[in-house]
Design a protein around this ligand. Structure first.
Ligand SMILES: [Zn+2]
Length: 209
């Protein structure tokens, strides 16, 4: 390799690192402003609505309604990126997943309706599927609400996250599931999670005062 090619290679590597740096920087800056955080939460809530059903792509290993994708686990993928994205995308992802899981609870727990363990076991959880879906949905909402109250100004945190959960859930229930029951559970779950977080906050402010 001559010196000119060497220089070109070095320059390209430099450009690549620069572009990578700009990308991480944009994500970092977006997560730093309140407006950016709100945007990331909304975007991820909508993107993650469909994520639990990605088990269809891995059918040799996973069964549909896999216990791995029908859980809060996919929402934790942002932890792999460390601090560069902040906590806001996790909050959004948890809402999308929780809406999906809450709506999945409405189908009868037989056949594909149940939650399934991955290969080589590939056995269904039976009626325990209700507890798995409901428990994960509640934990997901709980995490989202907690992150929102930690990262958003206190005046807007709870109203925003309840509105995001309710609107995302109602839209998913009405448009994707086309069932009134889906709309009802999608609003019911965030209402419970919101009440729990609100009560805890009231208790804490009672202790502090
Ligand atoms: Zn599903």
């Amino acid at each position: 390799m001559n010196t000119r090619e060497n220089a070109r290679g070095t320059r390209r590597r430099g450009q690549f690192i620069q572009i990578l740096g700009i990308g991480v920087n944009i994500a970092d800056q977006t997560g730093r402003t309140v407006f950016g955080r709100l945007g990331l939460m909304i975007l991820m809530a909508w993107l993650f609505l469909g994520v639990p059903d990605l088990d269809h792509l891995f059918l040799p290993i996973l069964h549909h309604r896999s216990i791995l994708t029908h859980s809060i686990l996919p929402g934790l993928v942002f932890l792999l990126f460390g601090r560069s994205f902040g906590a806001a995308p996790i909050a959004g992802a948890m809402i999308g997943i929780s809406v999906h899981l809450a709506c999945d609870m409405l189908s009868p727990m037989v056949g594909f309706g149940q939650v399934w363990l991955p290969a080589p076991i590939k056995a269904p959880l039976g009626p325990f599927s209700y507890f798995w879906l409901g428990g994960n949905a509640l934990i997901g909402y709980g995490i989202a609400f907690t992150i929102a109250s930690m990262t958003l100004p206190s005046a807007i945190a709870l109203p925003f996250i309840i509105a995001l959960s309710g609107i995302t859930g109602a839209a998913y229930g009405a448009l994707n599931e086309q069932s009134m029951a889906s709309v009802v559970v999608s609003v019911f779950f965030p209402a419970i999670a919101g009440t729990v977080v609100w009560q805890r906050r009231q208790r804490r402010s009672g202790v502090n005062s």
